[in-house]
Design a protein around this ligand. Structure first.
Ligand code: HDE
Length: 722
């Protein structure tokens, strides 16, 4: 970021030896008021006598308290809870120049700085990271031609087709207005009431009820621009595109029971995970790419490209990679950067343009409007995190918190007194011009008939999932609808599900205790307007070009790395030194993070009498915070763990959440002492994710098991109480 006047050293900044010890920020600078006056006493307010009343004259006390009183700004109305990081984007080569003139996408020598903010949608700023929710995935690209914001999500479709329904959707999903319950959860009457009457949301409901809505990490999610956008090349030729990010660590999720528990044990789980990975140098990476559709192919699909409740299956149009997004630096200050960053889908650069998606069109208005309230006025672009790399020259002036000190007399265009500056740039010199799309039509409030197929892609999504994923989805619906009190709402939702898949509808109906699967009701007429006849609407279900799309399932994702995976080593005094260090070294060599968990904090002594640092005790840690568990050998250590109910619970829970578990030597006894022991067959069967080998293969088998992420098939047969 460019330096501002306040970044420049002033006279008070010179280091004063005698004050250096008292500085707060380690910068070696003495404390000052906001006007630069050196502070002599930051501990006592000005009083009339040591025991007397405080004096109004104390300008320093008033400045400090006033600033504090105004420290909070309104939180984002949606996506309030978030975490962010800096990084860069770099194109692989120049091949995309045939589609777009955006230089940052076509010049492989440029490293474009980025700032990415991940978020949940419904919860407040202090809510849990593990809510079942869509995740925001918003990227600010600081390109040499200006800022490009790609304000996307980790799910490629949306609940509604027209921006005008967004306030309704958000009112329905946020805590209910009479009692402000529930926080960060869609499992309540108003949300399901709204979606049950809004059949266009059915496809999105499949996604938010799937494991995608409870990711293991921000670093293990896909990202999508959702709407169809356009690339425009030097010749002015446009191509429709959909943006995609694919994570290099693959896509992974947690189990729902685990998500609920993480919300209590560590509500900052995702935020911490992102921060720690970057601090450790394990930089999160995504491949950034697009699906390309020629303008002339706009109508060749069995859905409308402008409909944001539809995907283009990757099997029909593959994602072509453009380059790599890497996050390699944590913010220095959460408020200044993560909180004050302001994204806007309307921030584009030459070479990128919009489509007429009616959801995108509404967003183009909303994002500036919201910052006026949230960030206090029209100068939010001057906040360091929001400034473009290139300098800003225009005739916009004044307003709250203006930073720029404009010189000269002219603040209008055209002018002669200012030499005609700032002048307009020609297109050939990089001036932005909108794609000259030909538009014809009557002025009308209506929904295009081509948007009316609400169910076939919901079915495509459901059919593309693996069996465990389908089970999780129906369990999620049972959970959510189980929290709904009004029977008619439950029935309406199950009615919609009958259009998606009859077995799913039956499973859900049974789970929430409906006597039979209700007949689907005709979706009401809101999308047709009050004057329309509801009987005008017949559900349209078009046969899709494909029956399954493997890209929609997370089951086939990359499982080739254990980088940054957290592994708990359960140990106590007497733990076998070799058994601990050999597996630790092997896992760390592959990039995993080992945490020694013991009955108490501080240190334990291993079999060789050496002190081993304990990372966390059972009191402050839990199995839900790791990906895998290992119990090293050592008679005394294992005996102590068997006597520790939390250690036994740790194993039960890790098993229930389908994680890899390994035990060496007597470590197996702890497994036997747990509920898992009942199921255990003493031979090591690596394919089940339980590794009990006593030979050299233990570490290698364990690593392979962790790569699998989860052994979901366990869920079906083994119900473990935990
Ligand atoms: Fe947003 N959305 N949105 N949204 N959205 C906001 O802008 C809005 C939509 C998304 O990390 C707000 O600065 C409308 C779709 C993300 O700061 C607000 C509509 C998608 C973020 C707003 C939508 C998104 C926001 C709140 C319907 C996925 C967080 C604070 C037309 C493509 C960005 C703010 C961050 C934030 C409005 C629909 C993604 C109020 C009106 C679809 C990732 O302006």
């Amino acid at each position: 970021m460019k330096s501002t006047k306040s970044d420049q050293p002033n006279n008070n900044d010179k280091k004063m030896e005698n004050l250096a010890l008292h500085t707060e920020d380690g910068s070696g600078q003495a404390m000052t008021t906001n006007t630069g006056l050196l502070v002599n006493d930051d501990t006592n307010s000005l009083k009339a006598g040591e025991r007397g009343p405080s004096l109004l004259e104390d300008f320093y006390l008033r400045e400090k308290i006033t600033h504090f009183d105004h420290e909070r700004i309104p939180e984002r109305v949606v996506h309030a809870r978030g975490a962010a990081a800096h990084g860069y984007f770099q194109a692989y080569d120049s091949s995309f120049s045939k589609y777009t003139k955006a230089k940052f996408l076509t010049d492989p020598s440029r490293k474009t700085p980025v700032f990415v903010r991940f978020s949940t949608v419904a919860g407040s700023r202090g809510s849990s990271d593990l809510a079942r929710d869509v995740r925001g995935f918003a990227t600010k690209f600081y390109t040499d031609e200006g800022i490009f914001d790609l304000v996307g999500n980790n799910i490629p479709v949306f609940f509604i087709q027209d921006a005008i329904k967004f306030p309704d959707l958000i009112h329905a999903v946020k805590p209910e207005p009479h009692n402000e319950i529930p926080q960060a959860a869609s499992a309540h009457d108003t949300f399901w009431d709204f979606v049950s009457l809004t059949p266009e949301s059915t496809h999105m409901l499949m996604w938010v009820m799937s494991d995608r809505a409870i990711p293991r990490s921000f670093r293990m999610m896909e990202g999508f621009g959702i709407h169809t956008y356009r690339f425009v090349n030097e010749e002015g030729k446009a191509t429709f595109i959909k943006f995609h990010y694919k994570p290099s660590l693959g896509m992974h999720s947690v189990a729902w029971d685990e998500a609920l528990k993480i919300s209590g044990k560590d509500p900052d789980f995702h935020r911490r995970d992102l921060h720690e990975a970057i601090e450790a140098g394990a930089y999160p990476e995504w491949e950034f790419g697009v699906q390309l559709v020629a303008e002339e192919d706009e109508h060749k699909f069995d859905f409308d490209l402008l409909d944001p409740t539809k995907i283009i299956p990757e099997e029909l149009v593959p994602v072509t990679p453009i380059g790599k997004l890497v996050l390699d630096r944590n913010p220095d200050n959460f408020f200044a950067e993560t909180e004050q960053v302001a994204f806007h889908p309307g921030h584009v650069v030459p070479g990128i343009d919009f489509s007429n998606d009616p959801l995108l069109q509404g967003r183009l208005f909303s994002y500036t409007d919201t910052q006026l309230t949230r960030l206090g006025g029209p100068n939010f672009q001057e906040i360091p995190i929001n400034r473009p790399l290139n300098t800003v020259h225009n005739n916009q002036r004044d307003g709250h918190m203006r930073q720029q000190i404009n010189k000269g007399k002219t603040s209008y265009h055209p002018n002669s007194m200012g030499g005609g500056c700032p002048f307009q740039a020609m297109i050939k010199d990089g001036g932005f011009s909108h794609f000259a799309e030909r538009i014809e039509g009557s002025k009308i409030r209506a929904r295009s008939k081509s948007f009316m197929d609400f169910f076939s892609q919901a079915t495509l999504f459901y059919n593309s999932l693996s069996e465990p994923e389908q089970t999780h989805l129906s369990d999620a619906l049972r959970f959510e609808l189980g929290k709904v009190d009004i029977l008619e709402i439950q029935e309406r939702v199950v009615g919609l599900l009958t259009y998606v898949d009859m077995t799913l509808a039956k499973r859900v109906a049974e789970g929430i205790g409906l006597e039979s699967v209700p007949e689907p009701q005709k979706p009401v007429n809101h999308m047709l307007g009050a004057d329309a006849n509801p009987t005008d609407y017949e559900p349209v279900i078009k046969k899709q070009a494909i029956e399954k799309s493997p890209a929609l399932s997370m089951a086939g994702t990359k499982k080739d790395s254990i980088k940054t995976r957290q592994v708990a080593f359960l140990a106590a005094d007497g733990v076998d030194a070799d058994s601990l260090s050999s597996v630790k070294n092997a896992l760390e060599a592959e990039g995993a993070v080992v945490r020694v968990i013991a009955p108490h904090g501080g240190f334990i002594k291993d079999s060789a009498g050496k002190q081993v640092k304990v990372d966390k005790s059972f009191l402050t840690f839990a199995s839900v915070l790791v990906d895998a568990v290992y119990i090293p050998d050592g008679h005394k250590s294992v005996a102590a763990l068997i006597n520790e109910p939390d250690a036994v619970h740790f194993i039960n829970e890790a098993y229930r959440h389908c994680k890899a578990i390994a035990a060496d030597g007597e470590g197996v006894e702890l497994i036997k002492a747990s509920y898992v022991g009942v199921k255990l067959n003493e031979t090591s069967d690596a394919s089940s994710g339980i590794i009990l080998s006593k030979d050299d293969k233990l570490a290698a088998d364990f690593i392979n098991a962790i790569k699998q992420h989860r052994f979901w098939e366990r869920e079906k047969k083994d119900k473990i109480p935990a």
